[in-house]
Design a protein around this ligand. Structure first.
Ligand SMILES: [Ca+2]
Length: 295
């Protein structure tokens, strides 16, 4: 028993000695987590349908959670075991438009970030001439850096496609199956008034209020095209340089994450209403630091 109390006293003293800024931050984060969760800080079905993200001024809309049903199987005596309904994506906010040239320039100015490949602005302006056009010539790492600066992230493929379909199920395009209306919804194939990029939001939105989920610029997603080889990242949605057939909602493209092109851009998502130090992720990070500090 004496030994037990000796160890306990030692550990308490050890913890006290190891209480550094991480520990203090963790205690505060734990407190904030309780407050934050109690205030409903993460995105739910009751969150506002539309918000403006303070950091980059992006308008974002609420995207519902999504589910899928797993395949039916058979047990060892041949009886049917029905598949289960499982959640695929959570409620989140998605940028209504692709990130613009103007937003990316603000990011560069305020963060001091150096693009992975120097941007030839003269060339970029040939395709996206003003601040209202989509940012292009960004690598996956550049897009990720912007998202991190803004306190957001790139969407997963699953999130991107579910959002792109806008509530439609089993349709070929994000507006439905009617190819005749493609240029109502998408800048592609040079057959609308814009030869290259169009100002973001120039076409009709999808069912969730998202613009340009088809066409204008391809959009980087978080995912590797093949998580085993980890060579290419996924892009979705097609662009001004593609035929309508390439704008199908299920179509996947891929590119090396260090490459850029004149029709590759991105948009961001967030599972939280605000960026900054009070998000649950940051609080959970603090909790982790706290527990690792705790003897
Ligand atoms: Ca797009």
């Amino acid at each position: 028993m004496d030994t037990f109390w000796t160890i306990l006293r030692f550990n308490w003293e050890g913890c006290y000695m190891r209480l550094n800024w991480d520990g203090i931050f963790a205690v505060l984060s734990l407190f904030l987590m309780v407050v934050f969760v109690g205030c409903g800080g993460d995105v739910t079905k009751d969150s506002p349908k539309k918000i403006t993200w303070e950091k980059d001024g992006a308008e974002m809309v609420l995207i519902p959670e999504s589910f899928t049903r797993t395949k039916d199987t058979y047990d060892k005596v041949g009886d049917l075991v029905p598949g289960e309904v499982v959640k695929v994506t959570d409620y989140l906010y998605m940028d209504m438009t692709e990130v613009t040239v103007g937003q990316f320039k603000t990011f560069l100015k305020s963060s001091g970030y150096e693009p992975e490949k120097p941007i030839d602005w003269e060339e970029l302006y040939e395709y996206s001439p003003t601040s209202d056009y989509p940012m292009i010539y960004v690598t996956w790492h550049d897009a990720t850096a912007y998202a991190k600066w803004a306190g957001k992230r790139l969407p997963t493929e699953a999130e991107w496609e579910f959002a792109a379909r806008g509530g439609l199920v089993g349709k070929e395009y994000v507006w439905g199956d009617d190819k005749a209306v493609v240029w109502d919804y998408a800048n592609c194939d040079g057959k609308d008034k814009w030869e290259y990029c169009a100002p973001v939001g120039s076409f009709k939105p999808n069912g969730y209020g998202l613009f340009d989920m088809s066409g204008n610029v391809w959009e980087w997603c978080q995912d590797w095209r093949d998580s085993n080889t980890k060579v290419c990242r996924v892009l979705r949605g097609g662009s001004w340089g593609n035929y309508p057939f390439d704008l199908r909602a299920a179509l996947r493209s891929l590119y090396c994450p260090t490459n850029t092109y004149n029709n590759y851009g991105f948009r961001c998502v967030s599972g939280f209403r605000t960026a900054g130090p009070f998000t649950l992720v940051r609080a959970m990070h603090g909790l982790y630091c706290f527990t690792t500090c705790w003897c």
